[in-house]
Design a protein around this ligand. Structure first.
Ligand code: LLP
Length: 404
């Protein structure tokens, strides 16, 4: 989606805020992933549903042949309902409930990514009750640092995720002994929005050490799952709409030592969907304060919490071309929620802005709609896709006429 190609006139007809998905960007991203993955045998990509579980998005991703990576029973259900084949669904998470485990067992998912001994024992017990054998990858905490925001680092010893390296051998041996568990491999995930490929190199090196140790004990995992984490360009979404999948996959072929029969699995979320989505919002008021000028918009942290939660910076585009010749001015772009952290960005240079102007908050396809809330009794945001925008505008007009 190139800046300037937003269908602004159609946006004007719609109530804001809303999510806008450019399905062409999504399809181009998926084509790139498929092209790169097809270069390697035994590479499997699961889409991390948590990034965006919108059914329209899931359908396109499923049609592209990706599997699903889930972290709750709800996500397993969403993948099943979206038609992802059961044997391409993986299920991680430190706190799976019995109900969620049973649901996944009933659907014969590809594997559980198990994070602790008690969880392993519960899955064994529940599988036994159903007369099933659960396939399991053990999530290992590799103690590898990812250089990203501290809230989205997951692979350090102090994080709650995964089994500590010192306990790994004992847990693998237990998994091999339990009668209703089939130990298939190892799972890792070091963090999210990782742009320094060296972090993935460090992960590969750690996995090589781990495999070396396991081989010494006669243990040969069939599956290696390296999680997700590939970052995207939040600063220049129009210039770089597609992440560097080529470089990303190459890191693993160059640095990870796999046996020919092993398969390598990825769980990509953000890099698949972030750039296809924008949050479209209207300026409600421009307010002059003592030292600041605020553009108060109708979207808030309820629609996109990333700036408030992780101090994330999303590029904000001004979408009203009529005013584009006007001089620019600096604004703090803030939402209407009763929280001081409800700020999208500070000191943003925009054309002089007035009530009714439209803004696009870019790169919001990942962890945007899926993290939206109803705080302050606000409704969840609607969404439109480029493919159905005309129809949506017509339906909205019809609805308004009927209301009168
Ligand atoms: N696999 C596991 C086990 C994960 O925990 C995650 C993300 C992924 C895969 C997908 O990671 P990705 O490719 O999207 O980086 N809400 C935060 C991100 C939290 C990520 C949680 N886990 C944000 O808005 O930045």
């Amino acid at each position: 989606m190139i800046k300037g190609t937003f269908p602004i006139e159609k946006f004007r007809e719609l109530e804001t805020p809303f999510y806008y998905y450019d399905m062409k960007v999504l399809r181009d991203t998926l084509d790139t992933i498929k092209k790169e993955v097809s270069k390697y045998e035994n590479f499997h990509v699961h889409y991390a549903i948590k990034a965006n579980a919108n059914p329209k998005i899931l359908k396109v991703i499923r049609e592209a042949g990706l599997g699903a990576d889930c972290v709750s029973g709800g996500e397993v259900r969403a993948s099943v309902e979206a038609g992802f084949p059961n044997d391409k669904i993986v299920f991680a998470g430190v706190g799976k409930t019995d109900k969620e485990i049973n649901y996944a067992l009933d659907h014969d998912i590809f594997c559980f990514n198990v994070e602790s001994i008690p969880e392993l024992e519960v899955i064994n017990e529940l599988a036994a009750r159903e007369g099933k054998v659960a396939r399991v990858c053990l999530r290992i905490n590799p103690d590898v640092e990812a250089h990203t925001h501290t809230h989205i680092i997951t692979g350090m010893a102090e994080n709650k995720f995964g089994i500590a390296l010192k306990d790994m051998l004992q847990v693998v041996q237990l998994a091999q002994q339990l009668s209703n568990i089939s130990f298939v491999g190892l799972h890792f995930h070091i963090g999210s929005q990782i742009t320094n490929m060296h972090d993935f190199v460090s992960l590969c090196e750690r996995i090589n050490e781990i495999q070396h140790l396991l081989h010494k004990h006669g243990i040969y995992p069939m599956v290696i799952n390296v999680g997700g984490g590939l970052g995207i360009d939040y600063q220049s979404p129009s210039e770089h709409p597609i992440a560097d999948f080529k470089a990303y996959f190459r890191v693993f072929t160059q640095h990870l030592h796999l046996r020919p029969e092993q398969s390598l699995h990825f769980e990509l979320g953000r890099s698949v969907v972030a750039q296809c989505g924008s949050l479209i919002t209207r300026v409600l008021y421009v307010k002059q304060a003592a030292t600041k000028q605020f553009a108060i918009v109708d979207a808030g942290m309820t629609e996109l919490i990333r700036p408030a939660l992780y101090q994330a910076k999303h590029t904000i585009h001004y979408l009203s071309p009529l005013n584009c010749q006007l001089p620019t001015s600096k604004y703090d772009i803030v939402g209407p929620i009763c929280e001081s952290s409800d700020v999208f960005d500070k000191d943003v240079l925009l054309p002089v802005t007035q009530r009714g102007d439209l803004l696009a908050i870019r790169s919001a396809g990942a962890y945007g709609e899926s993290m939206a809330s109803t705080y302050n009794c606000r409704p969840l945001p609607p969404y439109y896709t480029d493919e159905e925008l005309d129809l949506s505008v017509q339906l909205n007009k019809l609805y308004e006429t009927l209301q009168k």
